[in-house]
Design a protein around this ligand. Structure first.
Ligand SMILES: O=c1ccn([C@@H]2O[C@H](COP(=O)(O)O)[C@@H](O)[C@H]2O)c(=O)[nH]1
Length: 231
């Protein structure tokens, strides 16, 4: 059986596993890859991951954005890798990525490193005392360092995807982009945004889309419309 185009990852940012399962059932075979994030941590997110994977043959991206001392990250990733996840996120700091690599050893879980959140702009970085300079340059630099530390891929906005794809260290690595909006869709809190077609055209392997799908009156049709515009 051929899988649905898994370049689209739908963020299941609903409060609990029950709502997540209902949403996935409404979307049906239009989507084969789901992201479960921090908002569902206390709502049965891991149980949902297991059920979608084992009972519904979906791919799972667990977006935990882990950040801690190396030993703690390694232990957390070792435990989470037992859930047979496809993707797991950690912060892009090299010590975190190295620890996550150790924790994921022997599993098929790919470690994705968050560069700079797509909801941030230069003003937000200033407020957080992040080094001055062009935001895209910082994203590309963090991506390069994360790759060198062993990340299987990075999370960045579609605006930086082409620059990251051009890095020699990016060969064979994944670029996954949230911050994706169909033309005319509300941005919400996203600040560095492009359309689905532009993101894939810039070199993203996967796009992550949440609210434009799960808040739609017809989430299946919304997902299908996004897939239809991919080059
Ligand atoms: O830099 C990042 C990293 C992760 N996210 C997550 O992706 C989805 C996006 O949801 P939308 O509703 O399409 O904005 C959400 O779960 C974030 O936690 C991100 O947006 N940016």
């Amino acid at each position: 059986m051929s899988r649905t185009d898994d370049r689209l990852i739908v963020a299941l940012d609903v409060p609990d596993a029950h709502s997540g399962l209902e949403l996935a059932a409404r979307i049906g075979d239009a989507v084969s890859f789901y992201k479960i994030g921090l908002g569902m941590l206390t709502g049965g997110g891991l149980a949902l991951a297991r059920e979608l994977k084992d009972e519904h043959d979906k791919r799972i991206f667990l977006d935990m954005k882990l950040f801690d001392i190396g030993a703690t990250v390694e232990a957390a990733v070792r435990g989470l890798a037992r859930f047979d996840l496809d993707f797991l996120t950690v912060h892009g700091d090299p010590h975190v990525v190295r620890a996550a690599r150790e924790g994921a050893a022997g599993s098929a879980t790919k470690i994705l490193a968050v560069t700079i959140l797509t909801s941030l702009d230069r003003g937000d970085l200033d407020a957080s005392l992040i080094r001055a300079g062009d935001l895209a340059d910082l994203v590309v630099e963090r991506a390069g360092r994360a790759f060198e530390a062993g990340a299987d891929g990075v999370i960045a906005s579609p605006r930086e995807a082409a620059l990251i794809r051009a890095l020699p260290q990016a060969a064979g690595k994944l670029i996954v982009t949230p911050g994706v909006r169909p033309a005319g869709a509300a941005l919400g809190d996203q600040k560095r945004v492009e359309t689905p077609a532009a993101a894939i055209g810039a070199g993203a392997d996967h796009i992550v889309v949440g609210r434009p799908v799960w808040q739609a009156a017809d989430p299946r049709a919304a997902a299908q419309a996004i897939l239809a515009e991919l080059p």
